[in-house]
Design a binder for this molecule. Structure first.
Ligand SMILES: Nc1nc2c(ncn2[C@@H]2O[C@H](COP(=O)(O)OP(=O)(O)OP(=O)(O)O)[C@@H](O)[C@H]2O)c(=O)[nH]1
Ligand SMILES: [Mg+2]
Length: 288
């Protein structure tokens, strides 16, 4: 039996969360075409007869500009220290030199697999060239080219991970998929829809908190609060005559029903909390 901790890191938008979902065969971590979607470390387990892999998806590596960013980067640094294997995910379109720089800044000490993601966007020759260039970088044990959203070469990647895992018994119950509460994922799903539906600063200056999660006999009743920086942003979230928030509610509810495999009644409220991203008390309250 092999078991161990595998942390997924890389630049924003490299496809880390898409990769986690592909590895699990289940959508757990939220994904968007915008950068800085993931804000928390998300732990999830992949079990088989002879291994248990505990994956951590993490926020993209960035230079912190406000307190929320600092907390996001703490999730990354923590994940560098407690892994058995590190999956460094890069977009196949990124320059090798840039990735080399980032790897050396991060001082990764555990065995590292570089995942050349989005291989579907590049020609085979370029992928082969990049693979070779990265293989020679110090600390790199293996390079695997994949497409996370087309689910190409995912099995190959799992095999490479298992090769590097230490022998050991499972850490978590085999029936569990994650150690985070369902309420957390409910809030994340709504946040994903905010990333899809709103532009500019709105996704970055808002967060979602589930204040009530009640399992009734025929449905789950969820009450969530969307928190923004300013009154003007509240108006944007609502949209004229409330059309935007209605759309947000509908998209969120459909995805929540899929995730929870139950009918959902969803109630959304919008709250203004001036500059919450820089306020320690609010950040704590919202789970950061
Ligand atoms: N073409 C292509 N697009 C991909 C692939 N994997 C992910 N994407 C897209 O890349 C974008 C970013 O994906 P995410 O999984 O949210 O990236 P991330 O690294 O988790 O981003 P942050 O959480 O912001 O750090 C989304 O639009 C994905 O659909 C891939 O293999 N091929
Ligand atoms: Mg992500």
């Amino acid at each position: 039996m092999k078991s161990g901790f595998v942390n997924i890191i890389g630049k924003p938008n490299a496809g880390k969360s898409t990769l986690l979902n592909a590895l699990l065969g289940e959508k757990l971590s939220i994904v968007s075409s915008k950068v800085q979607t993931t804000r928390h470390r998300i732990r999830a387990f992949l079990n088989s007869e002879n291994y248990q892999i505990i994956f951590s998806d993490t926020p993209g590596v960035i230079e912190p500009k406000y307190k929320l960013h600092e907390k996001m980067m703490r999730a990354v640094t923590a994940s560098l220290e407690d892994a058995d294997v590190c999956l460094f995910v890069m977009d196949a379109r990124d320059q090798v030199q840039e990735i080399e720089g980032l790897i050396s800044v991060l001082k990764i000490k555990v065995p590292m697999i570089v995942v050349l993601n989005k291989m579907d966007l590049m020609g085979e020759n370029i992928i082969a060239e990049k693979k070779q260039a990265i293989t020679s970088l110090s600390g790199v044990k293996k390079v695997v080219a994949v497409s996370a959203n087309k689910k190409m070469h995912i099995d190959q990647l799992v095999d490479s991970i298992v090769d590097l895992l230490p022998e050991g018994e499972p850490y978590y119950d085999k029936d569990e998929l994650t150690d985070l509460p369902t309420k957390f994922f409910a809030a994340e799903i709504i946040r994903e829809k905010i990333f899809d539906l709103y532009e500019e600063e709105i996704p970055y200056q808002s967060t979602v908190m589930v204040s009530k999660f009640e399992e009734k006999t025929t449905l789950i009743k969820i009450t969530a609060e969307i928190v923004v920086h300013r009154e003007s942003q509240k108006a944007i979230i609502l949209g004229s005559g409330g059309v935007k928030i209605k759309e947000l509610g509908m998209r969120s509810r459909l995805e929540l029903e899929k995730f929870l495999d139950s009918k959902v009644f969803l109630e959304l409220f919008v709250k203004v909390r001036n500059n919450w991203r820089n306020n320690e008390i609010y950040l704590n309250e919202y789970g950061y």
